[in-house]
Write a protein that binds this ligand. Structure first.
Ligand SMILES: Nc1nc2c(ncn2[C@@H]2O[C@H](COP(=O)(O)OP(=O)(O)OP(=O)(O)O)[C@@H](O)[C@H]2O)c(=O)[nH]1
Ligand SMILES: [Mg+2]
Length: 254
């Protein structure tokens, strides 16, 4: 079983090398068959150059330098995760944020849960044993309510779908077809996986706010994109029953 760690980076020159080294040393410590796929798109702080150096140091680090032929405004973390996952060779994919806010020690629990038959396993800050750490209250309130709303509208059975930190079988990604450009890829993936009948699970994780670098997170933009996503999915999958199942083989757009 091969595992692909996909990590999005945007202007993370202080975080990218220590983050990759954290994942590589975890993989070596656990004797995993793994690769690391950092995805850099349009960083202007030298993150791309640092990634080029890591390739010389680690043979199983395969960066994706995402370029776009058309001008892209705003956040493209979603497109980056899609591009990285498409390039991945592993049967199991693990998305981790590049700012060292996710706890890599959670990987073991996620992998075990996938091996027990779950299709997608979320790192959860809001389930028993999990912690939002020093995540600010407003963000915690919005993210936990984002998940509860998905529970009400789409019967999503887990506690934290707004954090992109998760493990899943590559086939889930290949089947459901993700379309989000930015941060709303996190709830989109969870809701579509649930609507497609995949088995969703979760493990507790401890979140730590970023120490280095600048956040790409914009509360107003994020809330708007989430509400638009929920309305679209509710219309497509609840109000138009002929769409009640995500069409198999749609494939994701990067
Ligand atoms: N490739 C790529 N990565 C991105 C983009 N926007 C954010 N990221 C990365 O995605 C991860 C999460 O973004 P953050 O800016 O940390 O967002 P956040 O965690 O909600 O906000 P913080 O509280 O600042 O940590 C980080 O590793 C970013 O570098 C983007 O447009 N492209
Ligand atoms: Mg962050």
């Amino acid at each position: 079983m091969k595992i692909s760690f996909v990590i999005p980076f945007h202007n993370e020159n202080k975080n990218c090398l220590p983050m990759i080294e954290r994942v590589v040393s975890y993989g070596k410590k656990e004797k995993l068959n793994f690769e690391v796929i950092p995805v850099d798109d349009r960083s202007t702080d030298g993150t791309g150059e640092i990634l080029k150096k890591t390739v010389k140091k680690y043979k199983n680090v395969h960066p994706v330098y995402r370029k776009s032929d058309k001008v892209e405004k705003g956040n493209t973390m979603g497109k980056s995760l899609i591009a990285g996952t498409k390039a991945a060779k592993g049967e199991i994919i693990i998305w981790t944020m590049g700012d060292r806010s996710d706890d890599v020690e959670t990987y073991g629990k996620m992998i075990k849960k996938i091996q027990k038959g779950y299709d997608i396993v979320f790192g959860s800050r809001y389930m028993p044993g999990g912690s939002r750490g020093n995540l600010d209250l407003l963000k915690a309130f919005l993210s936990s309510w984002g998940t509860r709303l998905a529970g009400l509208l789409f019967a999503v059975p887990v506690h934290d779908i707004t954090n992109a930190f998760r493990a899943f079988k590559k086939e889930v990604f290949d089947v459901i077809g993700l379309e989000s450009v930015g941060f709303s890829i996190s709830p989109e993936f969870a809701i579509k996986a649930q609507l497609s009948g995949f088995r969703l699970g979760e493990v507790p994780t401890i979140y730590t706010n970023r120490v280095e670098g600048v956040s790409s997170f914009k509360i107003y933009k994020m809330t708007k994109s989430y509400l638009f996503l929920y309305m679209k999915l509710f219309y497509d999958f609840r109000l138009r029953p002929q769409f009640s199942r995500v069409s198999k083989g749609a494939g994701s757009k990067s």
